[in-house]
Design a protein around this ligand. Structure first.
Ligand SMILES: Cc1cc2nc3c(=O)[nH]c(=O)nc-3n(C[C@H](O)[C@H](O)[C@H](O)COP(=O)(O)OP(=O)(O)OC[C@H]3O[C@@H](n4cnc5c(N)ncnc54)[C@H](O)[C@@H]3O)c2cc1C
Length: 434
């Protein structure tokens, strides 16, 4: 049985800790803040709650696998329900489309909203990712990357100079379809000219497997994992920031915290590795993807009937999330994410885009990008895409320091709940049973 220390209690840390405890290790989780969950947490104010970060996830199979492999199945703890439609896209020219799940339904919706031929163009783009998804799932997302073991297709994808920007220009004459396809990476703060083409495969994943949420908010997933930490007897220390690794004779021997050293045979860093000087040298050529401007709104009275997510394209890009929280009767817990030229208040920008609720906002919690990064000790959006070399610049699941592994948004295979959940599974795979 190895003494394992997990650094960071966000989704990656929680998932790594429960998996490794179930594999028989003696696990201690050290969290800098005074609560667990990281971005997968809850903001509470005057009777309202909002998801602090994620409000939905792709690939529910990753969450199900986590719960099954760490104890009882997910279904015994909480319901993940599909989100339909996936989201509404509203464009600068006033046109809009509600994008459903499923290939045929997406084609029909796009043809009806954006003109005939749109559906076929979209399908040609999305279908092309089917083989990419198969190859990368096998060699990149579900097993530790190894160029020697990986198939030719996965090697070619990860090594390509082709960018998402180029593929979108080539695939679509209609700028609106480019916006729909590039939306995810743009919201996460990336410049599409620096994003490898294969990252577009999330459109395929979303089309085929949908988006899922918990009716009370995605923070329910963190609550269920916190309960599981107790079942699996994981020791938890809150308010314990780790400041570096303790390395002796070329191998990790523990971690240094602000209140002393904690011994360990294995350390899983589920936080931005740039914070720990021993690892920072290995990731100095990475940059964080900065989170968006965030405003949680408590809106009272009647509101327009809007889907789960409304994307208002333009500069600024505004994303309104109408679920992912709880509100008193007759009120609504909304969250607005903003990117780009936000020279005015987000509620004013929202009104300019046609959603007028300014006089109904009774409670409001603003969180700047800086505040988010400070609260979570790094960016929950992980590493900024700077071209194909970013793949190799990220660590994970192994690191150059023997006994040290990394999981989470800044690790391989990337940010977002599906990738972060998979990063914890990769760590458990390489550490193995006690
Ligand atoms: C506004 C917003 C909306 C999002 N929406 C979605 C969405 O809808 N769907 C989706 O899939 N993804 C979404 N994401 C991304 C998703 O939230 C993250 O990728 C994921 O939650 C990251 O989990 P993590 O555990 O890697 O990091 P974090 O959640 O950032 O957790 C890191 C934890 O480590 C702790 N920590 C940091 N440094 C130290 C240290 N030195 N010592 C000890 N502890 C430390 C922090 O306090 C924190 O608790 C969103 C992100 C944001 C910001």
């Amino acid at each position: 049985m190895a003494r394992v220390v997990v650094v960071g209690g966000g989704y990656a840390g929680l998932a790594s800790a429960v998996r490794l405890a179930k594999l028989g290790h003696d696990v201690t989780l050290l969290e800098a803040g005074d609560r667990l969950g990281g971005a997968l947490g809850r903001v509470e104010r005057e009777g309202f709650t909002w998801d602090a970060g994620p409000t939905h996830t792709m690939l529910p199979a990753v969450v199900r696998d986590l719960f099954r492999k760490s104890g009882r199945p997910l279904e015994r703890e909480l319901d993940l329900v599909p989100v339909t439609p996936l989201r509404r896209h509203v464009f600068g020219d006033g046109s809009q489309v509600d994008l459903p799940t499923g290939r045929g339904d997406q084609m029909a919706a796009l043809d009806a909203a954006l003109g005939s031929g749109s559906g076929a163009a979209w399908s040609a783009y999305v279908d092309a990712f089917a083989d990419d998804w198969d190859a990368l799932r096998r060699d990149w997302f579900e097993r530790p990357w190894s160029p020697e073991l990986a198939g030719e297709h996965a090697r070619a994808l990860l090594g390509t100079r082709l960018t998402l920007h180029k593929v979108l220009r080539r695939s679509f004459k209609d700028e609106r379809l480019r916006l729909v396809a590039g939306f995810g990476a743009t919201l996460e703060g990336h410049d599409l000219r620096n994003v490898p083409a294969w990252v577009g495969l999330w459109s395929y994943v979303e089309q085929n497997f949908g988006l899922w949420t918990s009716p009370g908010g995605m923070a329910d997933v963190a609550d269920a994992l916190v309960a599981r930490l107790r079942t699996r007897r994981v020791a938890v220390e809150l308010s314990t920031p780790v400041v570096d690794l303790e390395v002796r004779e070329g191998r990790v021997a523990g971690v240094r915290t602000t209140s002393g050293t904690v011994d360990a045979d294995v350390v899983v860093v589920a936080a931005d590795p740039r914070q720990l000087p021993t690892l920072a040298t290995h990731v100095r050529r990475t940059m964080p993807a900065i989170p968006p401007v965030l405003a949680h709104l408590g809106v009272v009275g009647p509101v327009p009937d809007l889907p789960h997510e409304v994307v208002l394209h333009g500069d600024p890009l505004l994303v309104l999330r109408t679920t992912g929280g709880t509100a008193p009767d007759g009120a609504h817990a909304w969250t607005v994410l903003g990117r780009g030229a936000l020279s005015e208040d987000v509620v004013t920008a929202l009104a300019r885009a046609g959603v007028r609720v300014r006089d109904q906002v009774e409670v409001r919690v603003d969180r700047s990008p800086l505040e988010q990064v400070t609260t979570w000790g790094g960016s929950p959006y992980g590493v900024l895409w700077q071209g194909r070399s970013t793949v190799a610049r990220r660590l994970g699941p192994r690191t150059p320091v023997p006994g040290v592994y990394v999981a989470g948004a800044s690790a391989t295979p990337g940010a977002g709940l599906p990738s972060v959940g998979l990063s914890a599974a990769l760590v458990a795979q390489v550490v193995g049973p006690a």
